[in-house]
Design a protein around this ligand. Structure first.
Ligand code: MEV
Length: 308
């Protein structure tokens, strides 16, 4: 059984699609994949999405297309097996469930067939497979899921290697994830930002310049262990995401609730327009308080930490 982990984008979602830096981390929520022998052909059951496929039977099915890419890239075409996938990541919530699914499948096949794939190779295959789910992904989700660390990410806009730097923190950051339970489609959100940017280039250029500066400041604050400053920058990043139209009333409510209950910063994470947000907390007691306050409003919350 192999695991793929969900991710939290701390800074820079959407802007990373255009080559600006972002900071992301894996989180404790996971997808796991178990290999079983099968007589004839390939079957995959994904309990998270209730998808059950026999490879090749419905080529328009996302899971089928994903498997075709993984088989092509691993050279496992023609094999027979059955994969069982489950986990605890909410799907379509901005926590990288598709990347985690893909990574867990590649890692399970890697182990079973002793392919000796490096993390770099696994990440490269996962990136190709992520295109099935997200159209034109930056690659930040699969990178965070593969490396299982807090990292700095910059997409190489010429198609070469992306910049990936693992970041070290003095101590892990306690966070709470709040789920609006409003599902969204990442590729639609990314397309929406592109349209808005094309309609209003001057406004967006200014916001993009601010977003870039902010991520450098955030890295500095994180590496120095300046948690209050990190919180402030999280709030600033949220404002920029609202300005590009990725907020929602439910996200606003969860961010407000978190801040009122002692969080140092709160913002949406992932594509936005619903999905999840996270709150940076000063300590475990506040973490518990924020998580409960979110639940009291009728939403789901998860306690986790980043930068382990
Ligand atoms: C999705 O988790 C993050 C986005 O920036 C899209 C991407 O980077 O591929 C919205």
């Amino acid at each position: 059984m192999q695991y793929g982990y969900g991710k939290l984008i701390l800074f820079g979602e959407h802007f990373v699609v255009y080559g600006l830096p972002g900071i992301a981390s894996s989180i404790g929520l996971y997808t796991r994949c178990q290999f079983h022998p099968n007589e004839n052909g390939i079957k995959v059951r994904d309990r998270l999405t209730n998808k059950n496929i026999t490879l090749g039977e419905n080529k328009r099915e996302i899971l089928d297309q994903t498997m075709q890419i993984i088989l092509r890239e691993t050279g496992l075409n023609g094999k027979s097996f059955r994969l069982e996938v489950d986990g605890d990541i909410p799907v379509f919530g901005g926590l990288g469930s598709s990347a985690a699914l893909i990574v867990s499948i590649i890692r399970e096949l890697n182990g079973h067939y002793a392919l000796k794939l490096s993390d770099e190779k696994i990440n490269g295959i996962a990136f190709k497979a992520e295109h099935v789910f997200h159209g034109n992904p930056s690659g930040i989700d699969n990178t965070a899921s593969t490396y299982r660390r807090l990292l700095w990410f910059e997409k190489n806009m010429s198609g070469g290697k992306n910049k990936i730097e693992l970041l070290k923190l003095k101590k892990p950051l306690p966070v709470v994830i709040g789920n609006t339970k409003i599902i969204h489609d990442t590729s639609e959100a990314v397309a929406e930002v592109r349209q808005r940017k094309e309609k209003n280039p001057e406004k967006f250029d200014k916001i993009f310049a601010q977003a870039k500066e902010l991520v450098f400041k955030a890295r500095n604050a994180l590496e120095k262990g300046n948690i209050p400053k990190t919180g402030e920058l999280i709030n600033e990043n949220q404002k920029l995401l609202q300005e590009i139209g990725m907020g929602s009333p439910e996200l606003d409510l969860l961010c407000k609730t978190s801040l009122e209950n002692g969080a140092l910063g709160a913002k949406l994470t992932g594509a936005g327009m619903g999905g999840c947000m996270f709150a940076l907390c000063p300590d475990e007691k506040t973490q518990e308080k924020v998580a409960q306050a979110i639940r009291k409003k009728g939403f789901d919350s998860y306690i986790t930490s980043v930068g382990v």
